[in-house]
Each structure stands twice: as C-alpha cells, then as structure tokens.
Design a protein around this ligand. Structure first.
Ligand SMILES: NC(=O)c1ccc[n+]([C@@H]2O[C@H](COP(=O)([O-])OP(=O)(O)OC[C@H]3O[C@@H](n4cnc5c(N)ncnc54)[C@H](OP(=O)(O)O)[C@@H]3O)[C@@H](O)[C@H]2O)c1
Length: 283
C-alpha cells in the first residue's frame, strides 16, 4: 500500500449497512465472529466510515475485544464540508476506532476534496495517518463542483481530475463484472499514477447475485478455481491488471471464508476475463 508501505491482501471487509447498528448480543456475536475469522485467515483491511451509522465504533470495539489491532489495516473516510468539520470528524474517528494511528483516511465521495486532502496530508506528515485517498461509488453521482453549478455530472471526470492533480496513495471506486467503466479509465490511471485501488460494491450490493440466481456455475468456473458465484465475481475484480483490493460487505463468517477463497490462484487471464464479461452481458 503506497504511503503505509505494507502489503495488503486483495480481499478486505466492507462495513456499510451490516455493521451500522448491531443491537442484540446475537448480532454482535455474528460481527465479532466475522472479523475474527477474517483476521484468522490473514485478512487485514477493514473499510469503514463516519457515514455508516455506528460502524466505526463497532469496528473499534470488536478490534479491541479481539486484540488484533496490530494485525489490521484500518481504513476510514472523511465526509465534511469545511476544514474545521473535517478535523473534528477525523478526531472522532480516532476515538471510535480506538487507535492512535489510522492506516488510511480517504475523502468520502470527493466531498470538499482539496481542503480535506490538505488536512490528511498534514496528519500523514505527523504520522497519525499512514495513507491518504479519495472515494466515489457511482459514475453518475453528482460531483461536487458540478453540483455547485447545478449540473448533473460524470463523477469519474472529477475523480480523474483529482488523481492527476493530487499526490494521494489510494483511490476507491465502484467496479464489478456488470459495472466495468472504472476498469477502462480509472484503474489504468491509478496504475500510471502509482496509486493503490480499492473496489467498493464488488457485487453491486445484491445485483450480481440476483442476476445469476438459480443458475448453475458455468463450466469455466473450474478453470479459475471458483467454487461459488461470489468467487467468480471477486476473481474478476482482483485479476484486473491494476491488482485492486476488493472490499465486499461481509457480516457473516461463511461469507468471509467464501470471499477470501477468491484470492487463491488460479486467477482469470485476459481471455478468460473477456469470456466472463460476455457471459454476464448475455444474461
Ligand atoms: N462511496 C464510498 O466510499 C462507498 C460506497 C459504497 C460502499 N463502500 C464500501 O464498499 C463496501 C462494499 O459495498 P456493499 O457492502 O454496499 O456492497 P457489496 O460488497 O457489493 O455487497 C455486499 C453484500 O453481498 C452479500 N454477500 C457478501 N458476500 C457474499 C457471499 N460470499 N455470498 C453471497 N452473498 C454475499 C451480502 O448481502 P447480505 O448481507 O444481504 O446477505 C453483503 O451485504 C461497503 O461495505 C463499504 O465499506 C464505499
């Protein structure tokens, strides 16, 4: 991982929605078991954000209870409209995550990017943050500058402009077997700029599972060592030449076992990747 200078395994945990607000001990137990299993299998990256309800606090508590902080790469975000608001939110993230050093903070959905990146750079110089970055999760989102002018925008245009302008370590973007735009323009630019890539919405939430529901795995799944649909979808992502890190939402230990299995060889080559694209486009 640029900035932090550590290797991060290609499957991490996403915590939006399912880590937002566990209420019962059974819900806590399921999340605790998922995080414990993830670390046991050698996983390191957990992605969270102040915008995900209580997810930061939940992650902080679980990591503390499991005593695994030094085995993890904790990533969160800042989503604020001003420098002061951003600084305040970041200080709360340190408290929520119960750590003096956060491995990655990224500007959430490019909001107030120039100002927030300046703050993150300062924190990086102080050694409180190891890597810095930006995120988006939809090409058709409303990019901040365009929104200010009252226009709908291509959010990837804004992301590309930031990637060319700023020295950052990591970008996070949506990419999936049925949502491939970022693979053609954003991921190659990240490679060119020496930035690591994290992929959100690797299953398009439920979209890819819905599209393949009730279908048997294709014959070629065996050729890439995929035993489940989830492994097919993740192997497609992690075999992109930019070698991205996918962060599927996983709040069940069986998902952790399944999804981390996707990192194992063999991975699809270029010809197989085209075959996978044709398959999904044909559904
Ligand atoms: N702008 C941003 O920065 C941004 C935006 C969106 C997401 N993110 C990050 O990206 C992460 C991933 O996005 P996401 O969680 O919304 O969507 P996702 O990863 O595309 O889908 C996650 C859902 O897929 C299902 N799933 C996971 N593993 C499975 C398996 N092995 N077999 C069958 N089903 C499986 C689960 O559904 P059920 O729980 O329903 O069973 C899970 O909630 C987020 O958690 C967040 O950390 C960032």
């Amino acid at each position: 991982m640029p900035g932090a200078g550590v290797d991060v395994p290609v499957i991490g945990v996403g915590t939006s929605r399912r880590y937002n607000d566990p209420k019962t001990e059974a819900e806590w137990a399921q999340l605790r078991a998922s995080v414990a299993r993830f670390a046991e299998l050698g996983g390191t990256l957990i992605d969270t954000a102040p915008a995900y309800g209580k997810a930061e606090e939940v992650v902080g508590r679980l990591v503390d209870e499991l005593k695994i902080r030094n085995r993890l790469f904790l990533a969160t975000k800042v989503g604020a409209g001003t420098v002061a608001e951003g600084r305040e939110q970041i200080e709360q993230s340190f408290r929520n995550l119960r750590t003096p050093v956060i491995d990655l903070i990224a500007v959430h959905n490019l909001r107030d990017a120039a100002n927030q990146i300046a703050t993150l750079r300062e924190l990086k110089r102080q050694g409180r943050v190891r890597s810095i970055g930006v995120t988006t999760s939809s090409r058709s989102g409303f990019a901040p500058t365009a929104t200010a002018m009252g226009q709908a925008a291509d959010e990837y245009d804004e992301l590309e402009a930031i990637m060319r302008r700023e020295q950052i370590d990591v970008i996070q973007v949506d990419y999936a077997l049925d949502n491939r735009d970022a693979g053609d323009r954003i991921l190659p630019l990240a490679q060119e700029r020496g930035m690591a890539v994290m992929i959100n919405l690797p299953f398009g939430r439920g979209r890819l599972f819905e599209a393949t529901k009730d279908r048997p795995l294709p014959d070629w799944a065996r050729e890439i060592g995929a035993a489940t649909w989830a492994q097919i979808f993740l192997k497609y992502i992690v075999s992109h030449p930019s070698r991205p890190i996918a962060i599927p939402g996983m709040a069940q230990p069986r998902y952790v076992d399944d999804n981390l299995g996707a990192a194992r060889d063999p991975l699809p080559d270029a010809a197989m990747r085209r075959r996978m694209e044709q398959f999904i486009d044909g559904l």
